[in-house]
Design a protein around this ligand. Structure first.
Ligand SMILES: Cc1cc2nc3c(=O)[nH]c(=O)nc-3n(C[C@H](O)[C@H](O)[C@H](O)COP(=O)(O)OP(=O)(O)OC[C@H]3O[C@@H](n4cnc5c(N)ncnc54)[C@H](O)[C@@H]3O)c2cc1C
Length: 435
């Protein structure tokens, strides 16, 4: 097992630590050995994937395990759609491997560098009013618990409700079985739409599309709506031209957007005008492509993010609350607000647990302090029973979260069994779950 040294930091540059040991296991046996050794030395252990969480959920000053060398597809059954992978494989590597088998994950988020283990552990999700987050596709895991035991958890195991979104609190996931679906193409349709029209047509837009989301440009009434729908069998792909991809996804969404953020940081009063221009620059486009190519876009402008799930019917009030805050002139914000939707699921610590959700995400450029903006947004979200994304910034603790999750105490009971001595804890988990 190889080792590296130095400071660990996350993608959003909101967390940095110096672990005592930093290991790169390649097998379950090596993970077991790493956990047992850490226990003997009295050190905590954390695993991480792509460090794409904005919260310090993966941070440790003890033993840090990077599972990027546990990246194999172990087994597959095309007939049932079940695929067993090592937990460190990234979605970026997995998606084309699934496509080659004629399979796909039913839904994905915006980007693909995350590991399977990291994505499911924090409840990573995309959008779709009849669909769930990625963790809902998990039908079994192999878990190394606090005493180094290897436990297989399938749908019949009493821990099944807890292990799919586990916040990294129950142990190290070493293998995951995913229930996939036959590979599919999506017809992507993106176009500007005034925010009042989006809100007026919300029910129809959410219900009549497989995957609906929109971005609202703060300080304006401009929005960009995205509708992605499965195509009829036999439809041929119609990908974007390279030039269109280069202009929209690289230049406008990344290169020029970085410039907008730098200028906006120096000249906040220009931001509303720049947002109005950005909201108009991204013009309508349509294309047909494999699902993972449609879901995932490049994100090269570094930012920090906070995102909450709320009951779907709360959305108009939440947007109105944010609008009032912007109108009061507290701060100017260049990043669009992203709004997504999912169906209720049965995963105990999933933000979508037993609730039809809308997700509202606020972002801030990484060189600007997000504290005031995110605190104001959190106040609006929590007034609507908001559940924070476990990997995105918030300041809530176990007192609040226990009220939001019906199975919170059941989850803590599984934690007490799997990790009674809190080998896998850190300051963030102590805060959100209790010590
Ligand atoms: C640019 C960007 C875009 C994003 N887009 C979305 C999006 O569209 N939708 C969404 O919901 N989220 C999104 N996120 C958030 C992101 O998906 C989550 O934070 C996810 O957890 C990151 O995966 P990771 O592999 O980097 O995990 P890490 O951040 O490395 O770890 C996350 C958690 O998983 C645990 N963990 C990792 N590996 C293991 C393991 N093997 N066993 C046990 N625990 C483990 C860690 O200890 C930690 O608790 C985005 C983040 C960024 C930076």
């Amino acid at each position: 097992m190889s080792a590296s040294r130095g400071t660990w930091q996350n993608w959003g540059r909101s967390v940095a630590t110096r672990p005592v040991r930093w290991l790169h296991p390649t097998s379950t046996e090596q993970v077991v050995a790493a956990v047992r050794e850490a226990v003997v030395d009295g050190l905590p252990v954390k695993a991480y994937g792509a460090a794409h969480s904005f919260t310090p959920i993966a941070a440790t000053d003890g033993v840090l395990l990077r599972l990027d060398r546990m990246d194999r597809v172990l087994d597959h059954d095309v007939a049932t759609g079940r695929v067993r992978v090592q937990a460190g494989i990234s979605l970026h590597e997995l998606n084309p491997r699934l496509a080659a088998l004629g399979l796909a994950l039913p839904n994905l988020g915006d980007v693909d560098p995350q590991s399977v283990a990291g994505a499911v552990s924090t409840g990573t999700h995309g959008t779709g009013s009849r669909l769930h987050g990625i963790a809902a596709a998990v039908v079994g895991v192999q878990l190394v618990t606090g005493d180094g035991s290897v436990v297989e958890v399938d749908e019949h195991h009493p821990w099944f409700g807890a292990v799919r979104v586990s916040l990294g609190a129950l142990g190290i996931l070493t293998e995951v079985t995913l229930q996939c679906v036959p590979a599919f193409l999506l017809h992507a349709r993106e176009e500007p739409m005034p925010l009042p029209e989006v809100l007026e047509r919300l029910a129809e837009l959410v219900e009549d599309n497989d995957h609906f989301e929109f971005y609202w440009f703060p300080h304006t009434e401009k929005a960009l709506v995205k509708r992605n729908n499965r195509v009829a069998e036999g439809t041929m792909p119609r990908p974007l031209s390279r030039l269109r991809h280069a202009i929209d996804d690289e230049l406008l969404s990344n290169g020029l957007f970085e410039l907008v953020n730098r200028v906006g940081g120096a000249r906040p009063s220009w931001v509303p005008r720049m947002n109005a221009i950005s909201g108009s620059a991204l013009s309508a486009r349509e294309y047909v492509a494999p699902s993972h190519d449609v879901f995932v876009s490049p994100r090269r402008v570094r930012f920090r993010e906070s995102e909450f799930a709320m009951p779907r019917e709360a959305l108009p009030d939440v947007i109105a609350g944010l609008q009032r805050w912007f109108d009061a002139g507290h701060e100017t914000v260049s990043f669009p607000i992203e709004v997504r939707f999912t169906a209720p699921d049965d995963v105990w610590m999933s933000t979508g647990h037993e609730r039809a959700s809308c997700y509202v995400a606020v972002h801030q450029y990484h060189r600007l302090d997000p504290t005031r903006y995110f605190a104001a947004a959190q106040e609006i979200f929590t007034a609507h029973e908001g559940r924070p994304h476990w990997g995105k910034m918030h300041t809530l603790d176990a007192g609040y979260l226990r009220e939001r999750y019906a199975r919170f105490d059941d989850f803590v009971a599984v934690r007490d069994e799997a990790d009674p001595h809190r080998v896998f804890s850190n300051a963030y988990l102590d805060r959100v779950l209790g010590p």
